[in-house]
Write a protein that binds this ligand. Structure first.
Ligand SMILES: Cc1ncc(COP(=O)(O)O)c(C=O)c1O
Length: 340
């Protein structure tokens, strides 16, 4: 009989254990449950003051699991965490994974796009040593949902894992033209076409410029937050996420009582602005647990809010024209039928 607790505990026998940062995406736990490994098989490794996975803590956790006769098998390094946009130290994590014989996955769903910018791709240094890499053009690149890419380092690996050789479907196309033999789904939309079309239009240089502009806009947004006495910048943006605090009701009351601006201890953190020093953000040193999301607002600078038009937009045309008595829209669509 199926074990109703399998989603939590996983199967019996030595536990296969995966590692991700405490600020990594929830999909790790969710998929460990789905894959039958058990959600509890995912270790949330503590992060440093900038939200990056601590490598010594990772090593400690692996050692502890080996001592407990579990079987470590996977490390997930995040390139661009969901809230803070932090980049785990991938090169150091790759060295640990190699040394320990573990699969290295890089979750670049959000920050993988920085690879398109020669100026910013160093944030992902070491990702070339990953065994697999996930990247979502529907995030920073603004491609309409959904457009997700999974890259694996070993050619043929996906087919080896996923091919079902369904002869009634896979008859004539050569394998490289037939993604059905190496993908999880059977029927699916053509998600690659939108990405291809946008790339045709922008080219590598266009993407590099857009990424550079997004990062610059995030820095500018951070300066605006920092200059606003009602807001507190939590940290300098690691990429395009800008995290700031807004005073809650109790804090507002304190602010009112104190006159205006931030309460004394908060002003202390903001006071460096007056001296011209970079703002003092959080106390340095490793922190346990996750980012205090409840009190913190975060915004991502994405393509749709910045710069020129979206890459897939139609070329500029006269918005509405009159053609032989018909009103015609920018894509030549008929807006009003000809009059009687
Ligand atoms: C770091 C990270 N990984 C994975 C995901 C999941 O993305 P999706 O389900 O859109 O592919 C997200 C979504 O925000 C994310 O920020």
């Amino acid at each position: 009989m199926a074990d109703p607790n399998a989603r939590e505990r996983g199967p019996g026998g030595p536990r296969l254990v995966a590692y991700t940062s405490a600020e990594g995406h929830y999909s790790l736990q969710k998929n460990a449950g789905l894959a039958g490994l058990g959600r509890r098989s995912v270790r949330a490794i503590q992060v440093d003051e900038r939200g990056r996975m601590s490598v010594p803590a990772l090593l400690e956790a692996i050692e502890a699991d080996r001592r407990a006769r579990h079987r470590p098998f996977l490390v997930n390094a995040t390139a661009g965490t969901t809230v803070r946009g932090a980049f785990d130290p991938i090169a150091r994590i790759a060295a640990v994974s190699r040394g320990e014989g573990l699969w290295l996955h890089v979750d670049g769903a959000f920050g993988g796009t920085l690879l398109l910018s020669p100026e910013h791709r160093h944030r992902l240094a070491g990702c070339e040593r990953a065994d697999s890499f996930a990247w979502d053009p529907h995030k920073m690149m603004g491609i309409p949902l959904q457009s997700s890419v999974l890259l694996v380092s070993r050619p043929g690996l996906l087919s080896a894992c996923l091919d079902e050789n369904a002869e009634y479907l896979f008859q004539s196309d050569p394998d490289e033209l037939n993604p059905g033999r190496r993908s999880l789904q059977c029927g699916r939309p053509n998600d690659a076409l939108k990405l291809w079309a946008a790339w045709q239009r922008l080219g590598d240089r266009g993407w590099a410029e857009r990424v550079g502009r997004q990062v610059a806009l995030a820095r500018r947004a951070a300066r605006l937050v920092d200059a606003d006495p009602e807001l507190l910048l939590v940290e300098e943006p690691a990429s395009v996420n800008v995290c700031f605090e807004v005073p809650g009701a109790r804090q507002r009351r304190r602010l009112r009582e104190a006159g205006s601006g931030w309460a004394p201890e908060d002003r202390l953190r903001n006071s460096r602005r007056a001296t011209g020093d970079p703002p003092r953000l959080r106390e340095p040193g490793p922190r346990r647990g996750t980012f205090p999301r409840a009190r913190t607002a975060s915004t991502r600078v994405v393509l749709l809010t910045s710069g020129p038009r979206a890459p897939w937009a139609a070329p500029r045309q006269t918005p509405v024209r009159d053609l032989g008595g018909c009103r015609v829209g920018p894509r030549n669509q008929l807006l009003a039928p000809p009059g009687p």
